[in-house]
Design a protein around this ligand. Structure first.
Ligand SMILES: CC(C)(COP(=O)(O)OP(=O)(O)OC[C@H]1O[C@@H](n2cnc3c(N)ncnc32)[C@H](O)[C@@H]1OP(=O)(O)O)[C@@H](O)C(=O)NCCC(=O)NCCS
Length: 149
């Protein structure tokens, strides 16, 4: 049986090194700064193993239509040797719990094509057609309804 995974709340500066290594490799650390990183409403989560951060993710309100109660997930990154152990999934589950508590209706993200199975396993559905992000590749908008209407 897998050990229980503990997800903790951390700061923007805590998540950036892994975010940069996994998602913006070879680029300056400034490329790994998101505009709302330091806002009070932004949630940064991490999984630590022996005190070292091995998985991170960030969630913040970003409605796609005016007034919608939507949050966006960005910067999901797990250290290469720590993948497929449930750490990323534990962070997604924690975001879902926070969103439920906050009265969020929908969580969405721009998922890299390779990460689509990961989000699908966590009840996210693809919306619309794929699109390309320069230097990163093919993405899909994926979303999960939090509150049943
Ligand atoms: C995507 C990511 C965050 C998932 O975190 P994780 O801790 O490995 O996820 P979990 O262990 O909870 O779940 C793993 C499952 O996700 C899916 N998955 C994850 N990465 C995948 C990939 N590259 N290709 C196919 N399926 C993948 C699989 O269903 C996998 O199942 P398995 O463990 O039985 O193989 C992590 O693999 C990662 O950092 N990838 C590189 C960066 C990235 O793509 N981030 C997402 C940006 S949108």
């Amino acid at each position: 049986m897998r050990d229980e995974i503990t997800v903790v709340r951390v700061s923007a500066s805590d998540v950036r090194p892994l975010r940069a290594e996994v998602l913006r490799k070879g680029l300056p650390l400034s490329e790994s700064v998101y505009p709302t990183d330091d806002e009070e409403f932004t949630t940064h989560l991490a999984v630590k193993v022996d005190g070292v951060i091995v998985a991170v993710g960030t969630m913040f309100p970003e409605p796609r239509t005016t007034g919608a109660r939507e949050q966006r997930i960005r910067g999901m990154a797990v250290e290469a040797s720590a993948r497929s152990r449930g750490y990323g999934g534990a962070i997604l589950s924690a975001f879902h719990k926070i969103a439920l508590r906050d009265g969020t209706d929908v969580i969405w993200c721009n998922a890299r094509a390779r990460a689509v199975p990961f989000y699908s396993r966590h009840h996210y559905f693809v919306e619309g057609e794929p699109f390309e992000l320069p230097n990163i590749g093919r993405h899909f908008v994926m979303s999960r309804r939090v509150r049943k209407s």
